[in-house]
Design a binder for this molecule. Structure first.
Ligand code: HEM
Length: 410
């Protein structure tokens, strides 16, 4: 029998799940072990696998299902496409956009918004709202990486619309109960307007793409050999990376900077240091803190059989802190990434694993490297104003309260 973590009749663990999913997962592993049935009352059972062996099986053999609400909100790009032939075709077309050579060519596009933000908004002697600044910056980097400097493309409108949409999607997915989208509330009207704004900007840019190494040009190139994206698909793919690739990277950088501000002894300036800081930040606080799959066939995990049809969840947050695998799992230590280590492959999966592994993984790490090294060249981060009291799991895992370290000259 698979150990079962139960809650009150009918309700099961649902309330706990809504209020404190990470605490619930941690308790499930601590009290019941590496494979657990979570009782969701009338909503049935969710299996959870916490050990790297189970994680490997689930992510290699499970199927990602339809993400109904996200598809409705954002269209049918790679990020919201369920496993299957349509997903495979999109993935093959998207993958070359993220080839290391291509990303290296995009570095000047990414540097521009970083330098601009630091020149105009960051001042030694003042405090900085890390979450707000990193959101703003990752949105700006994404818009520039997508459109470059193509004239006549309203990038300011795109930045504003994307910022609003990120918040809106978060609320739709994580606020309960939500206001129905059919009601003409201010936010619902703005959602419709801003999605239209983004679609229009993307369509404008498609008509005058320029010749920079942008995501948009990469997508347009898919058509050269036939079988590429149609106009409509292309717009959906751009929206898909906008949503998958901004909040995630923004919170990863927020955590990295927040943790560095608390650990001045781990200060550095090199590209390798910056990548280690991002890797360690997303180990402790993975933006995508849980992934869900459905099994088409039974799986044997840790000596138990999980039946076909089961819904299974894996949580990077829990596995990244598994005490059998990590030394001092709660500590922020960059040496884990600067020295060779011998850990099971699926003990660390901030970017997922298996077929759906994050297509933007290398892009996110490149952004992290560029942002952290440029900040380190100019500033030291003093201690945050208030201590961290918790985390807020939403589309990405964010720190509470928002960290506001003091900027000191480097
Ligand atoms: C630190 C930043 C990031 C994190 C932690 C992250 C995390 C993830 C994870 C965990 C998945 C797997 C989802 C699943 O298995 O269902 C994923 C998929 C995806 N990510 Fe990222 N991501 C990041 C940045 C980005 C960026 C910068 C982009 C685009 C520029 C991006 C685009 C995507 C897309 C399109 C998928 C869907 C892949 C597929 O299903 O084939 N992500 N990401």
């Amino acid at each position: 029998m698979i150990p079962r973590f139960t809650g009150p009749p009918l309700l099961g663990l649902n309330l706990r799940f809504l209020r404190d999913p990470l605490g619930m997962f941690e308790q499930a592993r601590r009290d019941h072990g590496d494979l657990v049935e979570l009782d969701l009352g009338v909503a049935g059972t969710l299996h959870a696998a916490f050990h790297p062996d189970g994680v490997r099986q689930v992510l290699q053999r499970g199927r990602r299902t339809h993400r109904g609400l996200l598809r409705e909100l954002l269209g049918k790009g790679l990020f919201t496409t369920p496993s299957g032939d349509d997903w495979m075709r999109r993935r093959r077309l998207m993958q070359p956009l993220f080839h290391p050579d291509r990303l290296a060519e995009a570095i000047p596009l990414l540097r521009r918004p970083i330098v601009e933000a630091l020149d105009t908004r960051w001042r030694a002697g003042s405090r900085v709202d890390l979450a707000a600044e990193m959101k703003r910056l990752t949105v700006a980097m994404m818009i520039d990486a997508t459109f470059g400097g193509a004239p006549g493309v309203d990038k300011a409108a795109a930045r504003e619309a994307l910022s609003f949409l990120l918040g809106y999607v978060d609320e739709q997915l994580f606020r309960f109960p939500t206001v129905p989208r059919s009601l003409p509330t201010r936010d619902n009207r703005r959602y419709r307007r801003d999605i239209a704004v983004l679609r229009r900007v993307i369509e404008d840019a498609m008509r005058r793409p320029g010749d920079e190494p942008t995501f948009l040009n990469g997508l347009l190139d898919t058509r050269a050999s036939g079988g590429g994206f149609t106009d409509e698909e292309l717009v959906d793919e751009v929206l898909s990376i906008f949503i998958a690739g901004t909040e995630t990277t923004g919170t990863a950088l927020t955590w990295a900077l927040h943790l560095l501000s608390q650990h001045p002894e781990q200060r550095g300036t090199s590209a390798e240091w910056a990548r280690a800081a991002v890797s360690e930040a997303v180990r402790l606080y993975p933006p995508a803190w849980a992934l869900r799959r459905v099994l088409d066939e039974p799986l044997e995990i840790g000596g138990h059989e999980v039946p076909a049809g089961a819904r299974v969840i894996v949580s990077s947050y829990v596995t990244h802190r598994h005490p059998d695998i990590w030394d001092h799992p709660g500590q922020f230590r960059l040496d884990r990434w600067l020295e060779p280590a011998n850990r099971p492959r699926f003990s660390y999966f901030p970017f997922g694993a298996g077929a759906h592994q994050c297509v933007g993984n290398a892009f996110a790490l490149l952004e992290g490297e560029l942002v952290l090294t440029e900040i380190a060249r100019r500033f030291q981060l003093g201690p945050p104003e208030r201590p961290l009291t918790g985390t807020k799991p939403a589309i990405a895992l964010t720190p509470v309260p928002a960290p506001q370290p003091l900027l000191l000259p480097a």
